[in-house]
Design a protein around this ligand. Structure first.
Ligand SMILES: Nc1ncnc2c1ncn2[C@@H]1O[C@H](COP(=O)(O)OP(=O)(O)O)[C@@H](O)[C@H]1O
Ligand SMILES: [Mg+2]
Length: 286
């Protein structure tokens, strides 16, 4: 049987300076090729959970670590951060803090050279990564001249050139307008579907998550509150609200109609599905 991309068992973590456990008893399996979203209010432990998947916890941030995290079968405690982070490429919200170069091309080259990729392989890796993200035209631009969305694409491109098995993204669209946010998600979906890349994304925009991811994990106070298909999770609008997560409006509407016995069909997520629901109710079909 092939190994899971990530497997955690009874994972607990408290930062050295933390008062409470940032992660409590997390048992999670992410298979290769999954596209998983993580949502939850601020301080719920989302970033910490991602850190356990790229080795930042326990190698960079120290503290009390209990349980086990395996990334592609490798125990993150026994293996170096370098080894783990080569499996899981990370893109974080603070994009300017993540970039090191002045030119787009150099940003991509930097990681490749750091990884000791042979010279004759570098050019094809750069071209391939630029194409995958659709930013070949930005290759010779200075990073400071780019928009937020373009910068985020460059960061993604630089990570992809390193050919990770899994992408970890922490609120990558936080500073982006709706259109650029959509674009980032579309790129991720394509990478996931065409290349089988495992994608784990922390994101606050529930509409984007419900449109693009299959599996949604909701975190609250260091624990996993829900972990299921998006549609299943969204049925719990009240519990989500209490955990600081607002359901998309169409979902709240259909949940309310279902509770009142006015609707019995599947919860709509997309607008066209909501349209079907309203039509069915109006025509007295339900
Ligand atoms: N470097 C740190 N030192 C001490 N406590 C931290 C540190 N980083 C995060 N925490 C605490 O861990 C908890 C989870 O934080 P975090 O994983 O950043 O949540 P989220 O990403 O969901 O907002 C919070 O209570 C936060 O205060
Ligand atoms: Mg965070």
């Amino acid at each position: 049987m092939s190994k899971a991309m990530v497997q955690t068992k009874e994972l607990c973590f408290k930062y050295k300076d933390g008062k409470e456990f940032a992660l409590e008893n997390i048992g999670l399996t992410i298979e290769k090729g999954e596209f998983v979203g993580i949502i939850g209010s601020s301080g719920a432990g989302k970033t910490s959970l991602l850190y356990t998947m790229n080795g930042v916890i326990p190698h960079h941030y120290r503290g009390d670590f209990y349980g086990e995290v395996l990334v592609d079968g490798l125990d993150t405690v026994d293996n170096t951060m370098d080894r783990i982070s080569r499996l899981s490429g990370s893109v974080f919200q603070d994009i300017d803090g993540q970039m090191v170069a002045t030119l787009v091309e150099d940003e991509i080259l930097f990681g490749l050279e750091n990884y000791g990729i042979p010279r004759d392989e570098i050019e094809s890796r750069v071209n391939e990564a630029l194409e995958k993200v659709g930013i070949t035209h930005l290759r010779y631009r200075t990073i400071s001249s780019l928009s937020g969305g373009e910068k985020q694409k460059v960061a993604l491109c630089a990570i992809l050139a390193l050919k990770p098995q899994m992408l970890l993204l922490d609120e990558p669209t936080a500073e982006l307008d709706p259109q650029s946010s959509q674009q980032i998600f579309r790129i991720l979906k394509e990478l996931n579907e065409k290349e089988g890349l495992t994608v784990v994304i922390v994101e606050q925009k529930i509409m984007l998550l419900s449109e693009f991811v299959k599996r949604l994990i909701v975190m609250e106070k260091g624990k996993i509150l829900f972990d299921d298909e998006v549609r299943e999770v969204l049925k719990h609008s009240q519990a989500l609200y209490e955990a600081g997560v607002n359901c998309p409006r169409v979902v709240s509407l259909s949940n309310a109609l279902t509770q009142r016995g006015l609707y019995k069909g599947p919860a709509p997520i997309h607008l066209d599905e909501a349209e079907t629901m309203v039509k069915e109710i109006l025509h007295g079909k339900i």
